[in-house]
Design a protein around this ligand. Sequence first.
Ligand SMILES: [Zn+2]
Length: 141
Amino acid sequence: MLQIENKDRFAKIIAEALAKIELTVTDAGMKKRWINAIAKATAEIEENGVFMTYQEDDHSLIIWSQKSNKIYSANGHCQCRAFEQGSPCFHRAAARLVRLYMEPESVTVGTVEAKEIPYLKNTKEPIRVEKYGSVRLPIYN
Ligand SMILES: [Zn+2]
């Protein structure tokens, strides 16, 4: 069972994950798929965290999928069809988010310069606010 108690910290990790995609993924289609995977992961963690377990020893996230009735063990890899096809899946996205959330020393949230990241630019009004589960992130142009 996985429960996110520190929502502020979780929101920062999601923002950081989106920023990393923005900075490191150049292919537009792949970028979109990863962003969707992160959005789905956020919602799944919040709604179905009861079916997830974080394994500290190998940093994997065990996810019991209600939909397929399969159990996935995700860290850098996964057992689902999307992963087989080389696509981003929410299992891997969720595993990374949870790992960063669980290990405060493994990541320094806020190391990326906000001005480099379209999502986090703070110079003008956000063009819209996107919801990732219950987390709201302002999107800037
Ligand atoms: Zn997967």
